[in-house]
Design a protein around this ligand. Sequence first.
Ligand code: NAD
Ligand code: ZN
Length: 344
Amino acid sequence: MKALCKRHRKPGLWLEDIPEPKIGPGDVLIRVLKTAICGTDLHIYNWDSWAQETIPVPMIIGHEFVGEIVETGEHVNDCYAGEIVSGEGHVVCGRCRNCLAGRRHLCANTEGIGVNRQGAFAEYICIPESNIWHHAPDIDLKIAALFDAFGNATHTALSFDILGEDVLITGAGPIGCMAAAICRYGGARYVVVTDTNKTRLNIAQKMGATQVIEAGKEKIAVVQKNLGMREGFDVGLEMSGSPSAFGDMLENMCHGGKIAMLGIPENIMAIDWHTVVFNMLTIKGIYGREMYETWYKMTVMLQGGLDISPVITHHLPAQDYNAGFAIVDSGDAGKVILDWTNFS
Ligand code: NAD
Ligand code: ZN
């Protein structure tokens, strides 16, 4: 099969012919139809210091995908050839305290697909049955391909009550843009989104942001005043990983405000604890998605009319992966989809 591999410990990825994966008794073999490029994949492509420390080579990368089941192991009970599925990107241990209690998203020993085990940027992928999400028949394949990232946005956006609340989102990357759409759908009054990149702010606007702010040029406090807000944002979703964005967020929260932190700062980050303490803020770290409550919510929100399609800006054949990664690297894009169906 064709697979996009990190073959050498240097920048780049290599499209190679390698054997199809062999399935174990509890595994499912999936023919991959579409994949989406995530920031993690770009780190691996660029071979930055995180990737150098984390990725064993060779590694098939990628974890956002949709495909069709072609084969199942002998102990698999609930998966059938022909079904359209995605895979939860975290494979959990099933044995730690959280897993045993049913809190699998809090597993102490999680492995990442396309990071610590072979990934989805290939014609076939093998994952355990417990990682399968069966798609409802009415879900568009391009949207199904990015359920993993949509799940990050959903899990973060639904961490705190948003009905009737004012929400500040720092970072209009694909995840911030999807979160903006979810917050509007979920009944937030105002959803204000900041970024330094105008292309991305335009996407956030298309996704339903009430107001977008060019970070560093406009003040969040001024926008609050213009909107008639008196006491600051009720909920903050940090989706940039930028220390200055997080600082701006802390300054603009209401007393008792709640912040969900998804963005991953590159280095250790100082924060103004006086503001956290005196304004009685709650900060919650977010990793991944809930298995499988988040997946359920994504499905039913789409069926209820949530539209996240403006986040998809490019759709290329997998052969053009170098162009796809260059588009993601430029920052002037939302989600980039690679199609894996035209090799034969
Ligand atoms: P992304 O890198 O595409 O988007 C980040 C955005 O933040 C960019 O558009 C960038 O221009 C913007 N930004 C940079 N500086 C800013 C500033 N000062 N103010 C406002 N915006 C600023 O990333 P993404 O794929 O949308 O993911 C969002 C974040 O979440 C990233 O930090 C990513 O690493 C992280 N992430 C975390 C998890 C998790 O499970 N915790 C999962 C996926 C992604
Ligand atoms: Zn576990």
